[in-house]
Design a protein around this ligand. Structure first.
Ligand SMILES: [Zn+2]
Length: 162
């Protein structure tokens, strides 16, 4: 499986991780993952070797065999932990495009409209231009998609930079 440094973290930046050895990447459609992500399911990759590089997740024991890690400050879902194994949420990585799922689990639990999502109409070119103008005015308070030495950054106008 893929090797190398794969970094990521929660949206507020309180929890960051680095994975050096990855296992299988999957899309889980079970009802528990739907609830944990408040979405159509959970996207996870097995982390065979990893370290928390900033902060630690809090946990919710979602069953007798599994606990799920999340950022206690911003709530971002981060892990699925069972026995001695930890899976990490794919879209919490800085570059989720590099971690394509290879299997769906269990596919018979998909929400019935999930299969049609990729076929939904996209915004028109003019709608996309309007959206781009709106997005250009947005100031994100989320952590960027790379490691940072200091987070959150010093606020502008704060004389001592604290
Ligand atoms: Zn956070």
């Amino acid at each position: 499986m893929a090797q190398g440094a794969f970094t990521g973290g929660c949206q507020c930046g309180a929890v960051r991780f680095a994975v050096s050895q990855l296992g299988r990447a999957s899309m889980c459609h079970c009802r528990m993952c739907q609830k944990a992500f408040a979405s159509i399911g959970g996207l996870f990759v097995a982390a065979r070797a990893f370290a928390w590089t900033r902060g630690q997740p809090k946990h919710f024991r979602s069953s007798n065999t599994v606990r799920r890690g999340f950022c206690g400050d911003c709530g971002t879902p981060l892990t699925y932990e069972y026995e001695a194994s930890t899976d990490i949420a794919i879209c919490a990585f800085d570059n989720p495009a590099a971690l394509a799922p290879t299997i769906q689990l269990p596919s018979d639990r998909r929400v019935p409209w999930a299969d049609g999502l990729a076929d939904l109409p996209s915004m028109s070119a003019s709608e996309q231009a309007m959206a781009a103008a709106r997005y250009a005015e947005i100031v994100s308070y989320q952590h960027p998609d790379h490691d940072t030495d200091v987070w959150p950054p010093p606020r502008a106008g704060d004389a001592n930079g604290q």
